[in-house]
Design a binder for this molecule. Structure first.
Ligand code: SF4
Length: 159
């Protein structure tokens, strides 16, 4: 079963470095959001790519440079760098001394995903809709499944 999908905007090879870029028209996720696992996009891409090859070439995460390119500002925002390419990436201006390691990001992401799955499986964290007067102004009305008959039955049992 496929439970996540995405398309890498760009993967460029610079010598032994592999630069994975996601282009952003609007907000660029902050370095803190990426490193704390609140924004998982780049980490997911790194994990997914590390399981593949490009021709004869292994896609080795220790040589990845991950970042966002802001289309509006024309600015590169580094978000993670592999340990074997870190020094070179800093020299090239594609990372800074503060940029987190891809290896840590990947481990953190797996941990975060595992934690989210555990939370979702916990009956205490059920995400069923709970219709109330607040629905009138709720920003999630467009995607809320409060009209779904399966949930309606659930509400009737509770109310
Ligand atoms: S619209 Fe859905 S998500 Fe929003 S308050 Fe109502 S039940 Fe909850």
């Amino acid at each position: 079963m496929s439970w996540a999908s995405g398309a890498v905007d760009s993967l460029d090879l610079y010598g032994s470095a592999m630069v994975l870029t996601d282009y952003k028209r609007k907000r660029v996720p902050s370095a803190a959001d990426v490193s704390m696992g609140r924004d998982l996009q780049l980490a997911f891409y790194a994990l997914a790519l590390s399981e593949h090859r490009l021709g004869n070439m292994e896609l080795d995460p220790s040589r990845f440079i991950l970042g966002y390119w802001s289309i509006l500002d024309g600015v590169w925002h580094p978000r993670a760098v592999g340990k074997n390419i870190r020094t070179r990436a800093i020299e090239l201006g594609l990372a800074t001394k503060k940029t987190v390691l891809v290896e840590d990001l990947a481990v953190d992401t797996l941990g975060r995903v595992a934690q989210l799955l555990r939370e979702l499986k916990d009956p205490k964290n059920r995400l069923e809709p709970r219709p109330s007067q607040a629905c009138v102004t709720c920003a999630y009305q467009g995607i809320c499944r409060s009209d779904d008959l399966r949930y309606r039955g659930m509400f009737n049992m509770k109310d």
